[in-house]
Design a protein around this ligand. Sequence first.
Ligand code: SF4
Length: 643
Amino acid sequence: MDFKVLFSPIRIGNMEVPNRFVVPPMGTNLGNPDGTISQEMIDYWEARAKGGWGLIIVEVTAVDPLGKAIPFQPCLFDDSFIPSFKKLADTVHRYGTKIAVQLHHAGRQTSSQIMGEQPVAPSPVPCLVSKEMPRELSTGEVYEMIEKFGDAALRARKAGLDAIEVHGAHGYLIGQFMSPHSNKRVDEFGGSFHNRMRFPVEVVRNIRRKVGGAFPVIFRISGDERVTGGINIEESRAAARVLEDAGVDALHVSVGVYGSMQYIIPPADIPPGFLLPYSEEIKKAVSVPVIGVGRINHPALAKDAILSGKADLLSWGRQSLADPETPNKVAAGLIEDISPCIACNQGCVGYIFDPDKMKATCLVNPFCGREGKMKIEPAVKKKKLVIIGGGPGGLEAAWVAAARGHSVLLFEKESVPGGQFRVGAIAPAKQEITKSISFYTHMGRKYGVDFRFGVEAKAEQIIAEKPDVVIIATGAEASIPDIPGIDNPKVVTSTEILLGLKDPGTRVLVIGGGMVGSETADLLGEHGHEVTIAEMSPEIGRDVQESVRYFLFRRLKKYKTTIYTNTTVKEITNDSVRAEKDGEEIELRGFDTIVIAVGATSVNTLERELDGKVPELYVIGDASETRKAIDAIEEGASIAIRL
Ligand code: SF4
């Protein structure tokens, strides 16, 4: 397929962007605690500039100390931040990429825990997610805030950036002023459409006054906030015209606020390109370029969006994390070499909001956010590797090691690759996982991995290969609880159900409501079975990422799934179970099938058999300790770059 249209330059104000590939301003939390740009962040952005993106928009950057949404957010509320932004801009410019910075104030969508003070907002109306009551900005403070946006824009220009983007979307401060959902003011900044638009318009005018007429100003807008009383596409179109008149040079069209986060960072339940109808509508209203976004993850989709007039440029958000080289690979026609974002939300948004992780990475690309530390470089000494297990950890280790020049032989007992990752892909809305497995296998073949599928390797066979290194990546299998009646013929594992190996009948009980149990129930519900879930803890799906959970729970409700929480199954008797719920004994009856989904147990018999018999031995992923695919892939890559 010819993707020339994606590589044609386009002007935004006085800036010529060399192609149509945009990295939007996603928070990574990779900045320094003092708000300057860290070396880690420079490495992250350098990888994307090197990867061929035409325009990168540096993530949410605070214009005011009381506007931070995440702890390690870059800041531009003082001249002292200019030098680190200059270093970043100089780095990015070496690759011909244009760089903008997004000017941001969180308003009510933050917390006193992050800032040490009560958040501020147009009105004392709490965010639907943070739920903290904000302090209403006085009219005088609103005028001061307008100046702060202008001052930060001037600093961006002084730092050598090519453009700025004003964050008027996603329910942050500017969006809060624009939206009747959050703006209940009765001064000149509230009430009518005209008054609600006064703050963004004055911000744009103030920026324009301070940076000069030629410096490009992009405005990000939510085409639809998807909350009660929020802005819809009709009002967004009207707002876009007003903003164009105020002097913006491009519009960047997203949707949502924190209360509808599942649409800002959508999981695989939502199809690729789902927001393009919004950018198409905005494009009809303005003459400046429009940037589209929303699960843009393959070049054919991007090409069609441009040719059918839905957008002029495309933001490939999470895809830029999954593979920073995406544009270069498209240009070279290496489409299969592109590591696909699977919309899992685990490594990116999931890690940022996880207090134990806090920094963005990517499930399918463990090098993301660690570009300075983790590199695929030619091996000093070429070794022979044998990898046992073709799940995500084994596959990642195999292709990365082979790309470094090692000779790699991989045994997988199943006839196809993927392990538990492949089983997980069968549940509804998990289909993207298959793209990732195909990518790993393709890259392995490209670099010469000898895949032996359908072979359960024994210790003698492995030793006979005379390997320098053995990596055990044999994964895990379903845990079987030790309860009376577990050998009942009606009892099956979730794996057997997902793989279609057992007929579940009509009424099904799923024991265990974690991710695997809930997703198995989802599949069964979709196929018309009557499903009951019995879960020990107070809620189901605790290990499921929030946006993914939103759609999963919606479907479980639609299928009228019966859910028993705080329920521990004590005994299985024929078609029934005896359980304890909240300290009371109960009986659940009349099931055709009882599905076990209570976690997994490591599979690793080879370590003992190979210990001391091969020069180097490693155990990775679930074979070492049962966790998530993101951990297995990260371990696979980490081992492979060290060998
Ligand atoms: Fe995409 Fe998942 Fe990577 Fe996030 S962690 S960028 S959703 S593959």
